[in-house]
Write a protein that binds this ligand. Structure first.
Ligand SMILES: [Zn+2]
Ligand SMILES: [Zn+2]
Ligand SMILES: [Zn+2]
Length: 130
């Protein structure tokens, strides 16, 4: 049973085809990896709207909104953890560093800082003085 040359060539061709197909798949796979690794269009972390980011969120009182929706005040994800154990606490640049806020003991994301909210936020205190 001697294999013919043509059979050998066919086998060789098959091997090459598989090899090149594998290479092609690898290429596609790598390309997909790269696409998934690329930064996804950022939704607003607070209200999950795709039209804007947290920084440009039109919600007036973001701090209140986050509290009302039981979101973590640091990472703004649905609160399943104490804000002190929030992993985002490591990213200090996202934390509010205002002195006025520190006294409240509520560590929060600087983008939802109540100090940045319009003064309507505390009408009760002003009314109580009169
Ligand atoms: Zn928003
Ligand atoms: Zn968190
Ligand atoms: Zn603040």
């Amino acid at each position: 049973m001697k294999r013919s040359n043509t059979q050998d060539i066919a086998d060789e061709a098959k091997k090459l085809a598989i090899a090149s197909a594998t290479a092609q798949y690898t290429q596609i796979f790598l390309r997909q990896m790269r696409t998934t690794a690329a930064p996804a269009p950022t939704n607003c972390k607070l209200c999950n709207n795709k039209d804007h980011t947290l920084e440009t969120c039109p919600i007036e009182n973001k701090f209140r909104f986050a509290q009302d929706n039981t979101k973590c005040l640091i990472c703004l994800k649905t609160k399943s953890h104490c804000h002190r154990s929030c992993r985002s606490i490591k990213f200090v640049e996202n934390l509010c560093e205002k002195d006025e806020c520190d006294t409240n003991g509520l560590i929060h994301n600087k983008f939802i800082c109540p100090q940045n909210c319009p003064p309507i936020a505390t009408p009760m205190k002003k009314a109580a003085k009169n």
